[in-house]
Design a protein around this ligand. Structure first.
Ligand SMILES: [Zn+2]
Length: 323
């Protein structure tokens, strides 16, 4: 137990399906954690209440009261304004098309200072400070999940641009290519994002390709093709699953290498649901694809899989405290 609890801080990773909270020391040492499903109906205030409950649960596990924490950091989807604590356009959360003062609402509810940041950026910063990116001064985080997000650290500092940097999923890997969930064409995410891959799998199945992907999804009671379902299909040697993963790796290799040609970072950290599950399995294939497109390929960046695990987003968010 840290003295009086004053050195402990909270972290909240707000995801589309779950809210993960931690109470940690400044160096990430875990004292308590909790998770709750993200509300699927209602609005931002309901989501904020679920976040409060989950943080309180983690604080109880850490034997500290929320108001004793040095602060609470939040990694949020959508446009998260660190200066005001306002989150806008978090479209994978219920009723959150507009703006909501998440920082203020949580600060009032918890009696602690609350800092808000972008979910992928804080997860990348967590890996930089405490995880797979620890030995490096510059890195590109590639969060391969439902979409493909990213985060950039340059010279030891997060690079946010004017607030929208790091959107590596929308780097163009094929002009006039596949339609991306963002509405444009040929983005890396249109080939590698879990949602886009599921759409393509369905499309090809309807055209007559044989696959067990959707049978496995039903058998395991999943509403969508999760990374676990993809893994099962690949383990069974499912031909369509194999082709679509290969296509995703090609797109990732092309896009990531293109970004590296601009940034020349020391390391690339692959995270996200698909990234953590498949990063090691497809590491050689990914590096081979990158090699085709790296301009200076005799000195490729280190490529590593995120190492903080399921709690990485929440631990990364805790680093916002005191910044
Ligand atoms: Zn796009």
């Amino acid at each position: 137990m840290a003295s009086g609890g004053d050195r402990l801080r909270g972290g909240i990773d707000l995801g589309g399906t779950k809210i993960q909270t931690v109470v940690v020391e400044a160096d990430g040492t875990l004292h308590g954690e909790a998770r709750q499903p993200t509300p699927t109906s209602g609005g931002p205030a309901d989501v904020a209440r679920a976040m409060e409950d989950a943080l309180r649960e983690a604080a109880t596990a850490a034997e500290v009261r929320p108001e004793e924490l040095a602060g609470v950091g939040v990694g949020s989807p959508g446009d998260a304004d660190g200066a005001t604590g306002i989150v806008s356009g978090a479209r994978n959360l219920p009723g959150w098309e507009g703006s909501f003062p998440l920082g203020e609402a949580l600060a009032k509810a918890l009696g602690a200072e609350v800092r808000v940041g972008n979910d992928v950026q804080v997860a990348v910063e967590g890996e930089y400070a405490l995880g797979a990116g620890k030995q490096h001064d510059s890195l590109l985080g590639v969060w391969w999940g439902t979409g493909v997000g990213g985060g950039i650290i340059l010279g030891g500092k997060p690079w946010l641009g004017r607030g929208a940097a790091g959107e590596i999923g929308h780097i163009v890997v094929e002009r006039d290519g596949a339609r991306c969930p963002c509405g444009r064409r040929g983005c890396m995410e249109a080939y590698a994002g879990r949602a886009a891959m599921e759409g393509e799998a369905r499309h090809r199945q309807e055209k007559g390709h044989k696959t067990d992907l959707f049978k496995l999804m039903e058998k395991h009671g999943k509403p969508r093709l999760t990374s676990g379902i993809w893994e099962r299909a690949l383990d069974h040697g499912d031909d369509l699953a194999g082709k679509l993963i290969e296509r995703a790796i090609e797109a990732l290799g092309t896009g990531v290498a293109s970004a590296c040609n601009v940034l020349d970072v020391e390391a690339v950290v692959i995270g996200g649901g698909l990234g953590v599950r498949f990063g090691d399995r497809y590491m050689d294939a990914l590096k081979a694809e990158m090699d085709k497109h790296l301009f200076v390929n005799e000195r490729p960046p280190a490529v590593r899989v995120a190492s903080l695990g399921d709690l990485g987003g929440a631990i990364g968010a805790s680093l916002l405290v005191g910044r």
